[in-house]
Design a protein around this ligand. Structure first.
Ligand SMILES: [Mg+2]
Length: 212
């Protein structure tokens, strides 16, 4: 019986991806440089996810990302239809809910306020100087296989077996997570993810039929 449901954030709860949106907002040249890092990641040219994030943050700094601009971007994001009421209803039904993201903690905090997650891990959180410019960032290895380690940490805290946990995600980076729990759902998932999930959904509220 499922007691805890893990959720991916970007693309699952929210439409779009923050890394992508930040780079686009800083101009074409910035976006092109950021896309080069994506290629490097795909070609295994980074030691780990942290090294990739760090290079991306340096690009954001180079192109003048400010605290104000960053939060304007975060506030422009919208949830997929029926996300907030569905997650709140699942919590009301007694499920523990956890958020695991390779994106930004600042954005995860908005989701905590809106839906009351019991556990949250996100990979990156900015540190700003007094003028609101980037002064650094806190990183956690929380994407791809690193997401699974955080997931297992939460299972230990809650004293739950993998069979008692479910996962909902959308991307190719979620394949490891779908395999690490007893029951997995993809929400408009990419083909690689669909191959490994127990159930595919196209509307978020379908979760209420799965987790009764
Ligand atoms: Mg995603």
């Amino acid at each position: 019986m499922v007691k805890l449901i893990f959720f991916d954030m970007d693309g699952t709860l929210y439409e779009g991806n923050t890394w992508d949106s930040v780079a686009r907002s800083l101009g074409n040249q910035c976006y092109e440089e950021e896309q080069k890092t994506v290629e490097k990641w795909k070609n295994n040219e980074y030691k780990d996810y942290i090294e990739w994030m760090d290079e991306t943050v340096k690009i954001h700094k180079k192109y003048g990302l400010t605290k104000k601009k960053f939060f304007d971007i975060l506030n422009s994001f919208v949830y997929h239809e029926n996300v907030v009421n569905t997650v709140k209803e699942l919590k009301k039904r007694g499920y523990k809910i956890a958020l695991i993201s390779g994106g930004f903690m600042e954005k995860a905090k908005i989701a905590i306020e809106d839906m009351g997650f019991d556990h949250v891990f996100a990979a990156c959180e900015y540190i700003w100087d007094e003028e609101g410019n980037i002064d650094g960032a806190n990183y956690t290895e929380c994407d791809y296989i690193g997401k699974v380690h955080h997931m297992q940490h939460i299972m230990e805290i809650e004293n739950l077996e993998k069979e008692e946990c479910a996962f909902v995600g959308d991307g190719h980076n979620d394949v490891f997570l779908a395999k690490a729990v007893g029951f997995s759902v993809d929400f408009n998932g990419v083909p690689e993810l669909k191959e490994v999930t127990n159930k595919s959904i196209v509307k978020f509220e379908e979760l209420l039929e799965i987790f009764k």
